[in-house]
Design a protein. Structure first.
Ligand code: G3I
Length: 447
């Protein structure tokens, strides 16, 4: 598996008739903390924490300085919030929320339903009694925190590992396959302002498990089940799947946000590079709205002995910290959900024309390219983008477009569902290649 070594963040913009120009993504002021830097891109950078740490001043100094989002590592789980059936305890969850609010931080909610960390009374239940108890739990907890949660992990880890792409067996699953959508509907009714996420691990690339989740999200969107986001936990080892960004992109293309929700990376030679590559992948996808690391110092981590976080046991910044901050600062002032950096600012496409902008994630011997196709002041109906692939390299896979040729001049055309771009709007496609990624200006042709 190729190891991400650096990101070449190149932006090339062309209109159908105008002379090409290159707009390099840059940051006005390099921010000096993770949260501030992420905020410059319109995203958050969060951390998992808990009320039991709030008296540790060295720890809290880092939390308050570096992060602009919090998630409860344990304090909002079922066993913590409903230790006895119908008796709710929000003490620690409330402390976390009020601390975040006092610091101007957002809060992710984790997690309403999960097969683990259930209170013992729920572990012993089944059938309609369990279903009713679970939905009541969702309703009560989401109602209690209504208006205070940016995004809820409504359901956590419901898919099986391995190649089945299906659901995990659990007491919740045995109440009926529709338990997940029932939970999402209850959460929406209880807190209409919160984004509702499905969250899971081993989804760090295009694989059977992430495809099973992808199919569920697509089904939910088609049937109007309220889902707004997918959490990719990203508990990572010593390599990063080469389809990591592609996987984020395909969820985004379904019309949901994506968040990196529990990031930690085994310490080893590649830790800093993998942290940076994950950061760049999120920045490259407009709908990837934030990253959360699963703890502050290595000594705070659930992965005992793996030193998987950004600060060492003494609270010093590790190389991984610097690589993430640099990657965030290189991302520049962009906003998720809008074309950014805006081709229309630097080189407005002519009416009826289009512009193409390429962002590369490169490693030694390969890359993934995300291409944003933007319409100008008129809508676009069908488009093609011509890219010059440097000699010695070739395109090996493409998503959300079809390509003619794999080397030299390669032309990508829209597929059936993304040919129409509204005036001022955009769509994205991507490809993966060997060798060095294209840096020459692509040409976008409308019609
Ligand atoms: O609070 C009790 C304490 O009173 C008791 O003395 C002690 C004895 O073991 O246990 C304490 O609870 C532990 C809790 O963490 C708080 O420290 C639990 O035993 C322990 O199981 C629990 O582990 C958490 C784990 O989820 C539970 O499965 C980890 O802290 C937490 O990092 C981990 O987080 C999960 C995410 O929620 C979902 N994705 C995977 C991730 C890692 O497993």
């Amino acid at each position: 598996m190729p190891i991400p070594r650096r990101a070449l963040l190149a932006t090339a913009v062309a209109s159908v008739v105008a002379a090409a120009s290159i707009a390099v993504v840059g940051s006005a002021e390099a921010a000096t903390t993770l949260g501030a830097s992420a905020a410059q891109t319109g995203r958050y950078f969060g951390v998992a924490t808990g009320a039991n740490r709030f008296s540790d001043t060295a720890y809290m100094t880092i939390v308050n300085r570096e992060f602009n989002s919090l998630v409860a590592e344990n304090d909002m789980k079922w066993d913590a919030t409903e230790p006895q059936q119908g008796r709710f305890n929000y003490t620690n969850g409330d402390r976390l929320v009020s601390h975040a609010q006092s610091q101007g931080m957002s809060v992710r909610g984790h997690a309403l339903l999960w097969h683990q960390q259930q209170p013992s009374w729920a572990q012993g239940m089944s059938g309609s009694a369990l279903r009713n108890a679970a939905i009541n739990h969702v309703t009560q907890v989401a109602t209690h925190f209504r208006g205070k949660i940016y995004a809820w992990d409504v359901v956590n880890e419901a898919f099986a590992d391995g190649g089945s792409g299906g659901r995990r067996d659990s007491n919740l699953q045995r109440t009926g396959n529709d338990w997940i959508e029932a939970a999402f509907r209850a959460a929406r009714a209880a807190d209409p302002g919160a984004k509702l996420c499905y969250n899971d691990y081993n989804t760090d690339g295009v694989n059977a498990k992430s495809t099973g989740i992808y199919n569920m999200v697509r089904d939910f969107k088609s049937r109007g089940v309220p889902i707004d986001c997918v959490g990719l936990q990203s508990h990572l080892g010593t390599t990063l799947d080469s389809t990591y960004q592609q996987n984020i992109q395909r969820f985004a293309d379904l019309g949901v946000d994506v968040q990196i929700t529990e990031l930690d990376v085994a310490q080893g030679g590649n830790q800093a590079n993998i942290f940076a590559a994950v950061t760049r992948a999120c920045l490259a996808v407009a709908r990837c709205t934030g990253i959360t690391v699963w703890g502050v110092r290595d000594s705070d981590s659930w992965r005992t002995g793996e030193n998987p976080l950004l600060f060492d046991n003494s609270g010093n910044k590790k190389a991984a910290y610097t690589s993430v901050l640099n990657a965030l600062n290189a991302g520049g002032p962009t906003t998720p959900g809008s074309p950014s950096p805006s081709p229309s600012t630097s080189n407005p496409p002519v009416p009826g024309g289009c512009a193409a902008q390429v962002t590369l994630n490169s490693w030694n011997g390969g890359y993934t390219a995300t291409v944003r196709v933007s319409a100008g002041s008129s809508a676009v109906s069908n488009w093609s983008v011509a890219v010059t692939v440097p000699s010695g390299g070739a395109v090996t896979s493409t998503w959300n477009a079809t390509n003619s040729g794999t080397s030299g001049q390669v032309t990508f055309r829209n597929v059936s569902y993304n040919g129409q771009i509204a005036a001022g709007g955009f769509t994205e496609f991507g490809f993966q290649g060997t060798g060095t990624g294209p840096t020459a200006t692509p040409t976008c042709t409308a019609g």
